[in-house]
Write a protein that binds this ligand. Structure first.
Ligand SMILES: *[C@@H]1O[C@H](CO)[C@@H](O)[C@H](O)[C@H]1NC(C)=O
Ligand SMILES: *[C@@H]1O[C@H](CO)[C@@H](O)[C@H](O)[C@H]1NC(C)=O
Length: 230
Protein backbone atom coordinates (compact mmCIF):
# COMPACT_ATOMS: atom_id res chain seq x y z
CA UNK A 1 0.00 0.00 0.00
CA UNK A 2 2.81 2.40 0.79
CA UNK A 3 4.64 3.74 -2.20
CA UNK A 4 8.04 5.32 -1.75
CA UNK A 5 7.17 8.09 -4.16
CA UNK A 6 3.88 8.74 -2.51
CA UNK A 7 3.96 12.50 -2.39
CA UNK A 8 4.95 12.74 -6.01
CA UNK A 9 2.17 10.28 -6.69
CA UNK A 10 -0.21 12.69 -5.07
CA UNK A 11 1.12 15.48 -7.23
CA UNK A 12 0.61 13.36 -10.32
CA UNK A 13 -2.94 12.61 -9.22
CA UNK A 14 -3.48 16.31 -8.66
CA UNK A 15 -2.22 16.99 -12.14
CA UNK A 16 -5.05 14.95 -13.57
CA UNK A 17 -7.44 17.57 -12.26
CA UNK A 18 -8.29 16.28 -8.79
CA UNK A 19 -6.74 19.42 -7.34
CA UNK A 20 -9.37 22.08 -7.61
CA UNK A 21 -9.50 25.14 -5.41
CA UNK A 22 -12.78 25.91 -7.03
CA UNK A 23 -14.53 24.66 -10.10
CA UNK A 24 -12.63 25.60 -13.20
CA UNK A 25 -9.08 24.65 -12.21
CA UNK A 26 -7.36 23.15 -15.20
CA UNK A 27 -3.99 22.84 -16.90
CA UNK A 28 -2.21 22.16 -13.62
CA UNK A 29 1.58 22.38 -13.75
CA UNK A 30 4.29 22.07 -11.10
CA UNK A 31 7.63 23.84 -10.78
CA UNK A 32 10.49 23.23 -8.36
CA UNK A 33 10.05 21.16 -5.22
CA UNK A 34 11.64 19.63 -2.15
CA UNK A 35 9.94 16.38 -1.15
CA UNK A 36 10.30 13.57 1.35
CA UNK A 37 8.44 10.31 1.54
CA UNK A 38 6.82 8.00 1.77
CA UNK A 39 7.81 6.73 5.19
CA UNK A 40 6.94 3.26 6.42
CA UNK A 41 5.99 4.97 9.70
CA UNK A 42 3.82 8.11 9.62
CA UNK A 43 4.26 11.81 10.32
CA UNK A 44 3.02 12.97 13.70
CA UNK A 45 4.14 16.57 13.34
CA UNK A 46 5.42 18.85 10.61
CA UNK A 47 6.23 22.53 10.81
CA UNK A 48 7.83 25.05 8.54
CA UNK A 49 7.99 28.81 7.99
CA UNK A 50 7.60 30.02 4.43
CA UNK A 51 9.25 33.26 3.35
CA UNK A 52 7.33 33.90 0.18
CA UNK A 53 9.29 36.84 -1.17
CA UNK A 54 7.56 38.99 -3.73
CA UNK A 55 4.57 37.75 -5.63
CA UNK A 56 5.05 36.22 -9.03
CA UNK A 57 5.34 38.18 -12.24
CA UNK A 58 2.11 38.13 -14.18
CA UNK A 59 -1.26 38.19 -12.48
CA UNK A 60 -3.13 35.70 -14.60
CA UNK A 61 -4.98 33.12 -12.52
CA UNK A 62 -3.51 31.34 -10.80
CA UNK A 63 -0.36 30.53 -8.92
CA UNK A 64 0.00 28.86 -5.53
CA UNK A 65 2.88 27.92 -3.25
CA UNK A 66 2.33 25.29 -0.62
CA UNK A 67 3.97 22.91 1.82
CA UNK A 68 1.87 19.78 2.00
CA UNK A 69 1.60 16.23 3.22
CA UNK A 70 0.29 13.25 1.33
CA UNK A 71 -1.48 10.60 3.38
CA UNK A 72 -1.90 6.83 3.34
CA UNK A 73 -5.49 7.38 2.21
CA UNK A 74 -4.46 9.32 -0.88
CA UNK A 75 -5.48 12.68 0.60
CA UNK A 76 -3.46 15.88 0.59
CA UNK A 77 -3.10 18.30 3.50
CA UNK A 78 -1.74 21.61 2.26
CA UNK A 79 -1.22 25.12 3.59
CA UNK A 80 -1.57 27.43 0.62
CA UNK A 81 -0.45 30.92 -0.30
CA UNK A 82 -2.21 32.01 -3.43
CA UNK A 83 -0.94 34.84 -5.59
CA UNK A 84 -3.82 35.63 -7.93
CA UNK A 85 -6.63 38.07 -8.37
CA UNK A 86 -9.38 35.52 -8.76
CA UNK A 87 -11.39 33.29 -6.44
CA UNK A 88 -10.00 33.27 -2.89
CA UNK A 89 -7.48 35.91 -3.89
CA UNK A 90 -10.24 38.32 -4.86
CA UNK A 91 -11.93 38.05 -1.49
CA UNK A 92 -8.98 37.33 0.73
CA UNK A 93 -9.94 38.02 4.34
CA UNK A 94 -13.12 39.60 2.96
CA UNK A 95 -11.19 42.36 1.21
CA UNK A 96 -10.50 43.00 -2.45
CA UNK A 97 -7.21 41.70 -3.80
CA UNK A 98 -4.30 44.12 -3.63
CA UNK A 99 -1.56 43.67 -6.19
CA UNK A 100 1.55 42.23 -4.56
CA UNK A 101 -0.30 40.45 -1.78
CA UNK A 102 -0.46 36.74 -1.11
CA UNK A 103 -3.53 35.04 0.32
CA UNK A 104 -2.83 32.39 2.97
CA UNK A 105 -5.18 29.64 4.11
CA UNK A 106 -5.26 26.13 5.52
CA UNK A 107 -6.52 23.62 3.02
CA UNK A 108 -6.98 19.95 2.28
CA UNK A 109 -7.82 18.01 -0.82
CA UNK A 110 -10.25 15.38 0.42
CA UNK A 111 -11.69 12.86 -2.02
CA UNK A 112 -11.22 15.39 -4.82
CA UNK A 113 -12.94 18.22 -2.95
CA UNK A 114 -10.92 21.23 -1.84
CA UNK A 115 -11.67 22.18 1.77
CA UNK A 116 -10.34 25.42 3.18
CA UNK A 117 -10.08 27.46 6.34
CA UNK A 118 -10.28 31.23 6.61
CA UNK A 119 -8.28 33.33 4.17
CA UNK A 120 -5.85 36.01 5.25
CA UNK A 121 -3.96 38.55 3.14
CA UNK A 122 -0.20 38.87 3.63
CA UNK A 123 2.06 41.47 2.09
CA UNK A 124 5.05 40.25 0.19
CA UNK A 125 8.64 40.74 1.30
CA UNK A 126 7.82 41.01 4.99
CA UNK A 127 5.87 37.81 5.01
CA UNK A 128 6.19 35.25 7.68
CA UNK A 129 3.94 32.31 7.25
CA UNK A 130 3.97 29.31 9.55
CA UNK A 131 2.38 26.02 9.02
CA UNK A 132 2.09 23.22 11.51
CA UNK A 133 0.18 20.10 10.71
CA UNK A 134 -0.66 17.00 12.59
CA UNK A 135 -2.43 14.32 10.66
CA UNK A 136 -5.76 16.02 11.23
CA UNK A 137 -5.18 19.56 12.55
CA UNK A 138 -3.58 22.20 10.40
CA UNK A 139 -2.70 25.67 11.62
CA UNK A 140 -1.57 28.58 9.50
CA UNK A 141 -0.17 31.58 11.30
CA UNK A 142 1.23 34.88 10.15
CA UNK A 143 3.77 36.54 12.40
CA UNK A 144 2.82 34.20 15.22
CA UNK A 145 -0.93 34.81 14.98
CA UNK A 146 -3.18 31.96 13.90
CA UNK A 147 -5.13 33.02 10.83
CA UNK A 148 -6.51 29.78 9.47
CA UNK A 149 -7.12 26.29 10.78
CA UNK A 150 -8.62 23.19 9.30
CA UNK A 151 -9.30 19.80 10.84
CA UNK A 152 -9.72 16.91 8.46
CA UNK A 153 -9.86 13.15 8.59
CA UNK A 154 -7.21 12.71 5.97
CA UNK A 155 -5.49 9.57 7.19
CA UNK A 156 -1.89 9.34 8.31
CA UNK A 157 0.56 11.64 6.60
CA UNK A 158 3.44 9.71 5.06
CA UNK A 159 5.13 12.32 2.87
CA UNK A 160 6.04 15.98 3.14
CA UNK A 161 6.89 18.36 0.33
CA UNK A 162 6.70 21.81 -1.16
CA UNK A 163 5.11 22.87 -4.43
CA UNK A 164 4.92 25.70 -6.90
CA UNK A 165 1.64 25.08 -8.66
CA UNK A 166 0.36 26.91 -11.72
CA UNK A 167 -3.19 26.52 -12.90
CA UNK A 168 -5.26 27.57 -15.86
CA UNK A 169 -3.57 30.22 -18.01
CA UNK A 170 -0.86 31.19 -15.58
CA UNK A 171 2.34 32.29 -17.27
CA UNK A 172 5.17 34.02 -15.48
CA UNK A 173 8.03 33.81 -13.06
CA UNK A 174 7.81 32.51 -9.50
CA UNK A 175 10.64 34.14 -7.60
CA UNK A 176 13.04 32.36 -5.28
CA UNK A 177 11.54 31.66 -1.86
CA UNK A 178 12.50 29.69 1.21
CA UNK A 179 11.18 27.48 3.96
CA UNK A 180 12.94 27.98 7.28
CA UNK A 181 13.20 25.64 10.29
CA UNK A 182 11.38 22.77 8.68
CA UNK A 183 10.77 19.89 11.06
CA UNK A 184 9.15 16.56 10.27
CA UNK A 185 8.63 14.12 13.14
CA UNK A 186 7.74 10.49 12.54
CA UNK A 187 5.86 8.23 14.93
CA UNK A 188 8.77 5.76 14.84
CA UNK A 189 12.28 5.80 13.43
CA UNK A 190 12.51 5.07 9.71
CA UNK A 191 16.12 4.48 8.58
CA UNK A 192 15.05 4.81 4.93
CA UNK A 193 13.20 8.12 5.19
CA UNK A 194 16.19 10.37 4.49
CA UNK A 195 16.90 8.44 1.30
CA UNK A 196 13.47 9.36 -0.11
CA UNK A 197 14.49 13.01 -0.38
CA UNK A 198 14.05 14.52 -3.85
CA UNK A 199 15.22 18.06 -4.65
CA UNK A 200 14.12 19.62 -7.92
CA UNK A 201 15.47 23.15 -8.21
CA UNK A 202 15.78 23.11 -4.44
CA UNK A 203 18.60 23.16 -1.91
CA UNK A 204 18.57 22.30 1.78
CA UNK A 205 20.50 20.01 4.07
CA UNK A 206 18.33 17.36 5.73
CA UNK A 207 19.65 16.31 9.13
CA UNK A 208 18.56 13.72 11.69
CA UNK A 209 20.09 12.22 14.77
CA UNK A 210 17.66 9.37 15.24
CA UNK A 211 15.84 8.84 11.91
CA UNK A 212 12.67 9.98 13.67
CA UNK A 213 13.00 13.79 13.81
CA UNK A 214 14.21 15.39 10.58
CA UNK A 215 15.22 19.03 10.21
CA UNK A 216 16.23 21.39 7.47
CA UNK A 217 17.44 24.84 8.54
CA UNK A 218 16.70 26.40 5.18
CA UNK A 219 15.13 25.04 2.03
CA UNK A 220 15.63 27.40 -0.89
CA UNK A 221 13.39 26.93 -3.90
CA UNK A 222 14.91 28.40 -7.03
CA UNK A 223 13.12 30.81 -9.31
CA UNK A 224 10.96 29.00 -11.83
CA UNK A 225 9.44 30.23 -15.05
CA UNK A 226 6.13 28.79 -16.20
CA UNK A 227 5.85 29.17 -19.94
CA UNK A 228 2.68 30.15 -21.69
CA UNK A 229 -0.03 27.61 -21.12
CA UNK A 230 -1.54 25.71 -24.00
C1 LIG B 1 14.65 29.24 13.29
O1 LIG B 1 15.38 28.63 14.33
C2 LIG B 1 16.41 29.50 14.85
C3 LIG B 1 17.21 28.68 15.84
O2 LIG B 1 16.37 28.08 16.79
C4 LIG B 1 15.76 30.73 15.46
O3 LIG B 1 16.76 31.61 15.92
C5 LIG B 1 14.94 31.44 14.40
O4 LIG B 1 14.23 32.52 14.96
C6 LIG B 1 13.93 30.48 13.77
N1 LIG B 1 13.27 31.15 12.66
C7 LIG B 1 11.98 30.94 12.38
C8 LIG B 1 11.43 31.70 11.24
O5 LIG B 1 11.29 30.16 13.01
C1 LIG C 1 19.66 6.21 10.42
O1 LIG C 1 19.55 5.60 9.16
C2 LIG C 1 20.79 5.53 8.48
C3 LIG C 1 20.53 5.02 7.07
O2 LIG C 1 19.88 3.77 7.09
C4 LIG C 1 21.75 4.65 9.28
O3 LIG C 1 23.01 4.61 8.62
C5 LIG C 1 21.93 5.25 10.66
O4 LIG C 1 22.75 4.38 11.45
C6 LIG C 1 20.59 5.44 11.34
N1 LIG C 1 20.77 6.16 12.58
C7 LIG C 1 20.26 5.75 13.74
C8 LIG C 1 20.56 6.58 14.92
O5 LIG C 1 19.61 4.72 13.84
Amino acid sequence: MLNRNFLLGVLAAAATGAFAQDSGSENIRFGNAFSLGATNSYIIEAETTLYTGKTQSGDTPRLALWPGMGTDQGQLIQAIVLGSTDAQGAQCGGKPHVNGQWCAFASALQNGVQLQGNTFAVNSNQDKYDQASGNTIQTVSVEGKTVSTLTTKSGKAIGFGTAEEAQNKFKGVVYEHSYVNTTVVLAAADPQFASTLVKNGATGNLVTKDNKTFKVDKITIAQYSFPASV
